[in-house]
Structure formats: structure tokens, C-alpha cells
Design a protein around this ligand. Structure first.
Ligand SMILES: [Zn+2]
Length: 156
């Protein structure tokens, strides 16, 4: 892990408190702490440039029984006559708490890579495999490797 500056940590905590607000309204304290630690492990492994880019997008994150791990973007008009806001959401799989730490980190890193690459899920229909190979290449560059163990019920 690279040396962690106070500035990086502050940025992470500021982002986290906004990003986790909705999740924190329904998740248990254990789940919230676990996801925060996993995001910290992932984001602090990123090169500075990618870290700053991720934080600048201010993505929220959620999990929902109806969504698998994914990113989502939408552009609501905040007020009449105003510019559109660019809202980004990272979804974790609903059963994420059964994942091992390694699997959870990889799932988060995958969605973080989509975010850093500024992917738009609305374009996935036509560019999905291209987007996924770009994510794989970036994960490799960041030093993440796909966990090999079975992926359900593997948490100790
Ligand atoms: Zn993907």
C-alpha cells in the first residue's frame, strides 16, 4: 500500500460521509463499517490521479435486493432553469456481506474502475464487452487480481 497522506484520508472521509448516507439509513453498523474498510482498502491502492478522479465524481453507493453490482448514472434537473446534476451510484451486490474481504474488494474495485473510466451504463447495450475489457485492463494496472475461491458463503 502506498503511503497514506492526511489529505488523502480527509478526502476519503469527506466523500464517505456523503456517499454512505442513504446506505447508512438501512444497513447495520457492521455492514457500514465493513464496506467503509473495503472502500478504503481499494481506494488507497489507486494511483493519486485515479483516486482524485473518483472522489471528484462524488459517487453514492447503495445495495438493493433488486440490483446486482453495477454503476448507475442519471441527470436530474435540480431546479427549473438550473443545470442538470450528474448523479452516480455504485451498487454493491445484495449478498455482499457473505463475500470474503478479497471478493468484496474486487467487486468494489470493479465498480470503482467503471466510475473512474466514466462509463455510462446507458451505453452498455452496444459497448458492454468493450467497457468490461477496459475495466479488466485498468484493474490489472492497479494490481487487482480476480479471487479464485468460490464466491458464495466463503466468509469465515
Ligand atoms: Zn462491469
Amino acid at each position: 500500500m502506498k503511503k497514506l497522506g492526511v489529505d488523502t484520508l480527509k478526502k476519503f472521509l469527506r466523500w464517505w460521509s456523503a456517499a454512505s448516507e442513504v446506505f447508512a439509513s438501512f444497513a447495520t453498523k457492521e455492514e457500514i463499517d465493513r464496506v467503509q474498510r473495503a472502500f478504503a482498502r481499494v481506494l488507497f491502492r489507486l494511483p493519486d490521479k485515479s483516486f482524485r478522479r473518483f472522489i471528484s465524481f462524488k459517487p453514492y453507493f447503495l445495495c438493493s435486493p433488486r440490483a446486482d453490482a453495477a454503476i448507475w448514472r442519471f441527470r436530474p434537473k435540480v431546479q427549473p432553469g438550473q443545470r442538470y446534476a450528474d448523479v452516480r451510484i455504485i451498487y454493491l451486490p445484495p449478498d455482499f456481506n457473505e463475500y470474503s474481504d478479497e471478493r468484496l474488494d474486487f467487486a468494489i474495485a470493479h465498480e470503482v474502475a467503471h466510475t473512474v473510466l466514466d462509463h455510462n451504463p446507458l451505453q452498455y447495450k452496444t459497448h458492454r464487452s468493450e467497457a468490461e475489457s477496459d475495466v479488466d485492463a485498468l484493474l490489472k494496472e492497479w494490481g487487482f487480481t480476480q479471487p479464485k475461491k468460490a464466491w458464495r458463503g466463503e466468509r469465515d
